[in-house]
Every structure is written in C-alpha cells, then in structure tokens.
Design a protein around this ligand. Structure first.
Ligand code: ZN
Length: 216
C-alpha cells in the first residue's frame, strides 16, 4: 500500500499542513522537510511522535521544514517512512539514501555514547564508595578502553551490588581479544558467568557454553 493512502497519510496530512508552505498534496508538504540531525534517546519509552501520534517512543528524530523552519520530533517509524533528505557533517546536502544511512549511524552512535556515559557514571560512583578496591584507575582507563576483561567486569558488577549501585549490564562490554581474557571466560564458574552474561555478545556467550566439556 502506498504511504499516500491509509490512516498514516491522513494524520500526516493534517499535522503537516499548518506547518508547511505547501498545502496540497501530501507529497509537496513532505518534500519540504529534511532530517536535521537532532536525535534524542530518552531513559524511558514515554515520548510521542510529532507526526503520527505514535506513543511509547524511546527515540526522537528532529525534522525541519526548509520553507517555514518549523521543527518536529518524530519516531523511528516515521523517519524511515518517506524519502527524506538531510544535511551531512559539513552542511552538505544528503539525498534520501544517504540520509537513511546517516539516521542509522546517528542512532547507533548515540546509543553507544549514552551506554558509555551511564557506565562511566556507575564506575565513578563505585570509585568513590569502594574502599576495599581501588577503582580510580579503572575510571581513568575507561575513557580510552571502554571494555573489560571477564574477571574485571565480574569484580566490578559484584562491587556494584555490594554498594547497591544500580547498573545496566548491557551498558558494559567485555573484550576477548587477548588470549588471557578468552581463558578467563572459558574457565569461569557458572555463577560468575551469569553475573556478566548480559554484558556479553551472543558470540561471547556461545564461546563460554561451547567450552563446558573442558570445564567438567
Ligand atoms: Zn510517527
């Protein structure tokens, strides 16, 4: 079904008409809008799409009308629904295909940045609360090396719990690039493994489970 018929088109038509220079048809209004690179990730999925009214969104993408300069914040479905041009890093024009790639790139980068920010906040809290271990170096290294060895992360998570620091395991990453780290993971007991499981990628989890016969 074309996007120019059906319920989405009706809502979009009504929303965009007062905000656009063109008043008809929908395509003429849509053509005036571009992705402006404003992208927000919210901590809870409570936002509404400014274009279609879709609720419970965690992300908002900013679009601007090139004629009226009106701005709308829309959800990930609407941002991919119609051919939208955009602006590149150096202010250059991006065609719809390049814009789609930029939207995806921006979103991936934002998710990564926000994960890192949240992880850093937890680590800073830990370095201030924990007297048994010195986590200051961990904080200092984190900026540069944002992943941990399996044992390091297991220790960090257990100390988070000891200090009742709320954390999201998936905000943290484990690196298995060194052989030493691979050996750590392969030799872990299940209790320790379960502690860091949500920080592991699917292939890292598989790496652990595949080595069960060696541990028994
Ligand atoms: Zn929408």
């Amino acid at each position: 079904m074309s996007i120019y018929s059906g319920p989405w088109a009706q809502v979009a038509y009504r929303t965009l008409q007062p905000l656009s220079k063109a008043k008809h048809p929908l395509q003429a209004m849509l053509d005036e809008w571009f992705y402006n690179g404003n992208l927000i990730e919210y901590s809870t999925a409570n936002e509404t799409c400014g274009l279609c009214g879709h609720e419970h969104l965690k992300f908002h993408f900013g679009i601007t009308n090139s004629k009226t300069e009106n701005e709308l914040f829309v959800g990930s479905e609407c941002i991919g629904k119609f051919d939208l041009s955009g602006i590149g890093e150096n202010g250059e024009y991006l065609d719809p295909e390049k814009t789609k790639q930029k939207v995806k790139r921006d979103r991936d980068n934002l998710i990564k940045d926000n994960k890192k920010k949240r992880a850093l906040q937890c680590l800073i809290l830990l370095s201030r609360s924990d007297t048994q271990f010195d986590f200051q170096k961990t904080v200092n290294n984190f900026e540069e090396k944002s992943s941990f060895s399996p044992n390091q992360l297991a220790l960090i998570f257990s100390r988070f719990s000891a200090h009742k620091i709320k954390y999201k395991a998936s905000d943290f990453k484990v690196s298995l690039r060194r052989d030493r780290n691979k050996l750590q993971l392969a030799g872990m007991n299940e209790r320790k493994f379960l502690l860091i499981r949500d920080a592991l990628s699917p292939s890292q989890r598989a790496y652990y489970w595949d080595r069960i016969p060696q541990r028994i």
